[in-house]
Design a protein around this ligand. Structure first.
Ligand code: FAD
Length: 320
């Protein structure tokens, strides 16, 4: 028996959130005296693939099948299900993403597995298999008992730290048997809407609020984002006022982000905005009002005027 973990990449790199999933799978495997097996689909370098051992995988199944060059939910679910069967894995771990959301449900259906999404901690195995799940955009937790023999778990980004150790993994080529029915839906063409860093996947997000006073001042947000290789976001009123496009609006009614670093410039920190940012690892707030609610959620706060503070931040970021 083993715990299988699906490893996802973006832009030729294995995602940090997938490394977190490998760490999670490895910790779970230790709890049940078994090993974690990672499944990597895609043309990653040998170094990238074998490095998964450092994050806790004992074995890596490397699948380099051209038919899987696009992350289509059906064939990916089939490939993961076949790997689970091969490795005798009852529990399959995936890190949440828009792609994984589509894969995980299909995978659970294929395996006849119970599924819990958005899990934020290792399961409590003292009586059964109890998992803690984040609900209401991170405002509360729910505890689920997974009673099915097969289990699919998607974990939230930043819920479990990826710790690099000195372990090593054996690497094995894996070529799943895929059928035509797996490819009934195919992507014929993709068009890049923007060259900017994708907000939902960004490691760093620089976000602006009404404190920026108007779209003519957005160069402050953009320049800081560029200097840090970050994506740009905004509060809802900013997109309502058409200062920024709606797809940048972060919060309860907008995009939910989970970066390592969220920098909020001139945003008050209303609960509806916080609902979209509270799974960020580190939050930095710049606001001239020391009573702004965002400071309560911040790891670091600067009480100051964005028009004075941000140019200094840009200068410092450029010098990094
Ligand atoms: P403001 O509330 O106007 O705050 C501006 C901040 O900038 C203030 O804290 C001020 O001190 C500071 N400031 C001003 N000038 C400067 C300066 N020169 N330097 C530094 N700081 C300065 N909001 C969202 O963002 N996302 C959502 O998804 C969302 N969903 C909502 C859903 C519902 C049902 C409702 C009712 C509201 C929702 N809102 C959402 C709106 C939310 O309640 C707030 O009104 C909004 O987040 C406030 O945006 P803001 O902080 O940019 O503006």
């Amino acid at each position: 028996m083993s715990v299988l973990v699906f490893v996802e990449g973006a832009g030729g790199e294995i995602k940090k959130s997938s490394l977190e999933a490998v760490g999670y799978a490895s910790a779970l495997a230790k709890k049940i005296n078994t090993q974690a097996v990672a499944l990597v689909i895609g043309n990653y370098s040998d170094d990238q693939i074998s490095s998964l051992g450092k994050f806790g995988a004992s074995k890596v199944l490397s699948c380099k099948n051209d038919k899987l060059s696009q992350p289509l939910p059906m064939p990916y679910a089939s490939a993961i299900a076949e790997a689970a069967k091969k490795e005798n894995a009852d529990t399959i771990i995936l890190s949440r993403s828009s792609v994984v959301d589509a894969i995980a449900s299909r995978l659970a259906l294929k395996l006849g597995a119970g599924i819990v999404t958005n899990v934020v901690d290792l399961p409590d195995l003292s009586s059964g298999f109890k998992v803690k799940k984040s609900i209401y955009t991170g405002k509360a937790f729910a505890f689920y008992d997974l009673t099915s023999a097969k289990k699919v778990i998607t974990i939230s980004k930043n819920a479990y730290s990826a710790v690099e150790g000195s372990g090593s993994a054996t690497v094995e080529a894996f070529d799943p048997q895929l059928s035509d029915s797996d490819f009934k839906v195919q992507i014929k063409e993709t068009q890049k809407a923007t060259g900017d860093v994708l907000l939902t996947e960004a490691d760093i997000v620089v976000s602006g609020g009404r404190g920026l006073k108007g779209p003519e001042n957005w160069n402050l947000v953009i320049d800081l984002a560029k200097a840090l290789g970050a994506a740009t976001g905004c509060s809802k009123p900013v997109s309502d006022l058409d200062w920024r496009p709606h797809h940048e609006h972060v919060g309860q009614t907008g995009v939910k982000v989970s970066p390592n670093l969220y920098i909020a410039l001139g945003i008050s920190g209303a609960i509806q905005h916080l609902a979209g940012v509270n799974s960020s690892k580190v939050i930095v707030v710049v606001n001239k009002d020391p009573e702004a609610p965002f400071f309560k959620a911040a790891d670091y706060g600067i009480v100051g005027d964005v028009f004075e503070v941000v140019p200094k931040l840009i200068e410092a970021a450029k010098a990094l």
